[in-house]
Design a protein around this ligand. Sequence first.
Ligand code: SAH
Length: 218
Amino acid sequence: MKLFEDTYRHKGLRMKLIKTLKDKGISDENVLYAIEHIPRHFFLDSAFDKIAYEDRAFPIGEGQTISQPYTVAYQSQLLQVRRGDKILEIGTGSGYQASVLAEMGAWVYTIERQKKLFDKQKEFIFKKKYPNIKFFYGDGFEGVPAYAPFDKIVITAAAPFIPPKLVEQLKTGGLMVIPVNEGDLQRMLRITKKEDGSYEEEIFDYFSFVPMLGGKEK
Ligand code: SAH
């Protein structure tokens, strides 16, 4: 069951979370604004109500998780989101990261390989608030060619490698933020696509994501 009530207590906890994120180095004001204004507890079962604003990942069913707020903030900051950006997200999960990008004024195309998680988005609480999110059921390794090219692409699962089809679907000068496996953890990479189709790579911190898997699941 989910509870859709945003109380002063929840808002207070979000303000504390914002302070934590700033202390950890998040400085993009638009990212902080979005996180401060989106009720994360709406994306979780009511059992998590009291802890929804701890800086932790939580289970969302089907063995998957909603990413830690710091991770969402970190990836969103690296994406340098501008109003009107067309962004592809791999791994819809709870829909929280998609909502953060939508709140920042992006057009969001988000794809999920687990049918049950995808189906949950039919009751997406912010359908009216964020008409700028489109949900797809499919394999993120394939991207969403029908809507390519994208200004930005964000992968929210541990990628075994940089998927070539996603590089193809990026605009020249576009950015991709992707956690790539390095032993038990993932290295956050940001690639910038060059005019000749190749890319430059920047290396950031280590994170821990659920795996990016090929194919779809019913
Ligand atoms: N962005 C999500 C985080 C979800 S965890 C959120 O804000 O809640 C990662 C998600 O990626 C899981 O739901 C998992 O099912 C999905 N996933 C893993 N591999 C995928 C793939 N190849 N294509 C699409 N989704 C994938």
